[in-house]
Ligand binder design. Structure first.
Ligand code: 5GP
Length: 289
């Protein structure tokens, strides 16, 4: 193989100028996407005629869309099997229509289901089942409490320091937050909103105080109160929870008693007899609303 052809100084500066122009056009287009002036479909249309826009990275385009951001852009691309460095011109027909569908404004909003009830009633078991089976998208809360042995940051909770939690409150990043048994718990607002916008049904597994706040902010939310098959059953469940200190258990018991009294505030009450049957009922509630 011979050496690559040498460019003259003129050719080099022309190539550099073209590259610069190309970057500027893409960056201007990205800003117009950020401001909401251009939609994903607009960019796809422009890319058909404009080779500079066609060279825009899909990741940059998605991350610029209102409320999407880098994390969700990465997740969407992974799900649709689009390589992280793919440019618009390299997208296949199916990928383009999958992306259009993902952000289609006609897509109806998902349902927001709030599962609450006394501590120890088994909400987290139901939520874990739903997460595993993908029945609904399950929100991951932030908390200031210490992780239990088997818990991983970002899976069951985002474990924050008190300072980090304060910052999230100050930035209005929580849809709701509440104190529970000496710690604070909050629902990150943005992923919930994004899920609903994308037409997904979203499940929050939160305490009663938080559920009330959600109802104020999103009156269309479906509030479900999970009840223990019996009060005695709940007490023995709480007593079996060996990971809690005796004082923590006593606090939980006291609170559970108060919480049982709060059931009347909820749209629906479900008895937690069997995980699968509760999940089935939640599904029916979501489609009935
Ligand atoms: P645990 O510490 O046992 O995981 O949860 C304690 C309580 O906090 C449970 O009743 C659970 O539903 C509630 N909880 C979990 N995440 C949130 C949240 O984001 N907001 C509120 N208000 N409560 C939450």
């Amino acid at each position: 193989m011979g050496a690559p052809p040498q460019l003259t100084a003129d050719q080099r500066s022309a190539a550099l100028a073209k590259a610069k122009e190309s970057r500027q056009i893409r960056s201007a287009a990205k800003n117009r996407v950020k401001s909401g002036e251009l939609s994903l479909s607009d960019i796809f249309m422009l890319a058909e005629k404009d080779s500079f826009i066609a060279k825009m990275r899909v990741f940059d385009l998605l991350a610029a869309l209102n409320g999407v951001g880098k994390i969700r852009a990465t997740a969407i691309m992974e799900r649709l099997n689009i390589s992280p460095t793919r440019r618009i011109q390299g997208l296949g027909k199916h990928q383009i229509s999958a992306l259009r569908n993902e952000f289609s404004p006609a897509k109806s909003r998902g349902k927001l289901i709030v599962l609450s009830g006394p501590g120890g009633v088994g909400k987290s078991t139901i939520a874990a089942y739903i997460r595993e089976h993908g029945t609904f998208w399950v929100s991951v809360s932030s908390t200031t409490r210490q992780p239990r042995k088997s818990e991983k940051n970002g899976v069951e909770y985002f474990f924050l320091t008190e300072e980090e939690f304060d910052q999230e409150i100050a930035k209005n990043h929580f849809l709701e937050w509440a104190h529970f048994a000496g710690a604070r718990y909050g629902t990150p607002r943005e992923p919930v909103e994004q899920g609903l916008l994308a037409g997904r049904n979203v499940l929050l597994e939160i305490d009663i105080e938080g559920a009330k706040q959600v109802k104020t902010q999103a009156p269309e939310a479906i509030l479900v109160f999970l009840e223990p098959p019996s009060w005695e059953e709940l007490v023995s469940r709480l007593e079996r929870r060996a990971t809690d200190s005796p004082q923590r258990r006593a606090e939980r018991l006291q609170l559970a008693q108060e919480e049982l009294a709060a059931a009347s505030f909820f749209d629906h009450r479900l008895i937690n007899d069997q995980v699968e049957s509760v999940v089935q009922k939640l599904l029916s509630l979501a489609s009935a609303h």
